[in-house]
Ligand binder design. Structure first.
Ligand SMILES: C[S@@+](CC[C@H](N)C(=O)[O-])C[C@H]1O[C@@H](n2cnc3c(N)ncnc32)[C@H](O)[C@@H]1O
Length: 283
């Protein structure tokens, strides 16, 4: 007779397996993965702990558990991620949106009046552009990315979140921003230095798009390119706001100051690490 796997037994086995493989939060990931395959929410999972799983369910779960054990990110396995309390589709073509990036959204909202024009550079999944569009009905929002595959995901996310009519997506290189006069330019650009690559977690290093992460020898290439273009792309009084790596605040402020941006500020994330640098352009 074959062994009976109840939901709780499988959850415990999967949690131990993930822990052995070095997965952060093994119990949470096991719950989210099983809930996804069984089409339950987490409460539903708890209410069904004693339910024996049928072979079809076990067959569907096994390969996903194996892939997570190989450190493939949970979000790619289940195809979605939450950001700004919205649901975003994610594929391996886009960076998985991080909670820390919500700080950049907060800082943009703090500077946005009733209407204006906003550019999100390196939009990826569209997390920043779509979130801001849901909050700023009077604004024209543009998301720019070099990756056509990422832009296809971003377009779907604008649609799913009800703002497709108000966000335009453009393929292009951040070294040549559209020559428009924006009130706000926001960006979470690639900012990992080449030397840091080997120290990244396997989830990031082996599965997220390299193009979304790496930015030259010191990780500062994109900040320099964005700052250089600020005077030709921002209205007087407009802001350039960027997410940064926690050791980059001083260097990014120097780059912004040299490009003529003023009123420089640094905003920490909720872990107390510098996370956003901003500067204002005045003609
Ligand atoms: C760190 S990810 C940010 C994605 C998304 N904005 C977020 O916060 O989750 C950086 C994005 O910049 C894009 N990118 C990389 N190099 C670029 C370039 N030269 N021009 C435009 N976009 C670029 C990548 O394709 C990627 O989507």
């Amino acid at each position: 007779m074959s062994e009976t796997w109840t939901l709780l037994k499988l959850l415990r086995w999967t949690t131990d397996y993930f822990a052995e493989k070095g997965v952060d939060n093994p119990r949470l990931d096991a719950e989210l993965l099983l809930a996804y395959v069984l089409k339950l929410d987490r409460v539903g999972l708890y209410l069904n702990f004693d339910r024996p799983l049928i072979d079809e369910e076990l067959d569907a779960i096994r390969p996903l558990v194996k892939r997570r054990g190989q450190r493939e990110p949970l979000q790619y396995l289940i195809g979605k991620s939450e950001f700004w309390s919205l649901v975003f589709e994610v594929t391996p073509a886009v960076l998985i949106p991080r909670a820390d990036t919500e700080i950049l959204v907060e800082e943009a909202l703090a500077r946005a009046g009733g209407e204006g024009k906003l550019l999100d550079v390196g939009t990826g999944s569209g997390a920043i552009a779509v979130s801001l569009a849901t909050e700023l009905p009077g604004w024209q929002v543009t998301g720019l990315d070099i990756s056509a595959a990422a832009l296809a995901v971003a377009g779907g996310n604008a649609e799913k979140n009800g703002v497709a009519g108000r966000v335009r997506f453009l393929q292009g290189d951040l070294a040549e921003l559209p020559r428009q006069q924006y009130d706000l330019i926001v960006s979470n650009p690639p900012y990992i230095a080449q030397a840091e690559w080997d120290s990244l977690m396997p989830e990031v290093r082996c599965f997220e798009p390299k193009q979304a992460l790496l930015a030259g020898n010191d990780g500062l290439d994109c900040y320099q390119k964005l700052a250089d273009q600020a005077p030709s792309c921002l209205k007087s009084g407009g802001w350039l706001l960027v997410e940064i790596g926690y050791q980059q605040a001083a260097a990014v402020q120097r780059i912004f100051a040299a490009a003529g941006l003023g009123e420089l500020f640094v905003r920490d994330d909720y872990a107390g690490q510098p996370r956003v640098v901003g500067g204002c352009y005045k003609k």
